[in-house]
Design a protein around this ligand. Sequence first.
Ligand SMILES: NC(=O)c1ccc[n+]([C@@H]2O[C@H](COP(=O)([O-])OP(=O)(O)OC[C@H]3O[C@@H](n4cnc5c(N)ncnc54)[C@H](O)[C@@H]3O)[C@@H](O)[C@H]2O)c1
Length: 370
Amino acid sequence: MAKDLLKFGIVGIGGRPKAFLSAFEKSGKARLTAVCDINREVMDENTKGLDVEKYTDYEEMLDKADLDAVIVGTPIQLHVSQSIAALKRNIHVFSEVTAGVSIEECKQLVEACKKSKAQYMLGENCNYLRSNMIVGNMIKAGKLGELFYAEGEYNHDCRNLIPKTPWRKTYTYDVAVIRYGTHSLGPILSWFENDRVESVCCVGSNAAVMHTDGKPLGDSTCYIMLCKTEQGRLIKIKNNLTSPRPYGLNYTLEGSLGAFTSYRLEDQQNNPDHIWFEGKSPKTQWEDISLYEEGFVPEIWSTHSGENSTKGHEGADVITMIAFINAVYDGTKVPIDVHMAMDMTLPGLVSQQSIKDGSKWLSVPNSREW
Ligand SMILES: NC(=O)c1ccc[n+]([C@@H]2O[C@H](COP(=O)([O-])OP(=O)(O)OC[C@H]3O[C@@H](n4cnc5c(N)ncnc54)[C@H](O)[C@@H]3O)[C@@H](O)[C@H]2O)c1
């Protein structure tokens, strides 16, 4: 007999979580039964035509809606408290990035996960970008050899979002810190399997970009964080949320047998994903990764591609949600558990103290020891 569909709730349906709506039907394993938002108008707008219970109070939804799982898609400072509220009721959690805004509250989240019968997953969608997953499979097959270096860049001018989402200014501009670093670190740590960032050192640029009030936006316009991993690898993270330039979510990876880059090269407008294999690729030229992708496309992408591929971070949003639904439905471990979430989140949080201490190298706590 077929199992019942999982019952899902969403908090923050007025914003980002609408990107996940098509995942329920596509998965064939879940349905959306309840939503919550403090803004009733946007909640109504984003749920037109859907048969769902609606709440303006989150805890009331958790208590009354009989949910198996909840998507936490509210502003970042609410992720930990809302995740804990669900975990206490043994409701599975899919949290938007980042996991938390301080080391202290991250400890509380880990504690709640230990006590709960439910699972917690961080919804780091960049781990599910098609090319990032293909590279992951090439690494597993040994094609890039021993990995030693990676770069992750997040260039996203979010100034226009500040009036509608003032929390962005409070948490990501007004404090010198890489708080929104998981888009960059997430995929890199998925490539560096069984490794974690052990120490970080962070530095900010001058403050060159002005806010609408004519004052500089933040202490620095851009931040660079260097990370050293337990296995001795080096990572460079660039976080830039103000720079007047095109959006850029870029990665570079280097191994003993080859390299990958997703940097959009000027003469290659269409596919930015390039690979280079020693002894195979032309000496001074990157090659389009699609030439080598056969045998490395992950199953989740083969099954759920098509119309997705141009929507929501190139389709990765829906794929990430399907991965979570599959794990909860099948009773297997979620792909990005709370410790992986901490591995992606804590280095950025430690960067705040490193900046304060004049870019001192500082160690990053290991949540498995908490
Ligand atoms: N993974 C990604 O690519 C990606 C992209 C964009 C945003 N995000 C993340 O998604 C989250 C939401 O971002 P956003 O731009 O939609 O922000 P937003 O401020 O628009 O918030 C989303 C919704 O949450 C609602 N809300 C706020 N407080 C609430 C509460 N206490 N209870 C119920 N609802 C509440 C708001 O009314 C709003 O409709 C953030 O954490 C952000 O970091 C992730």
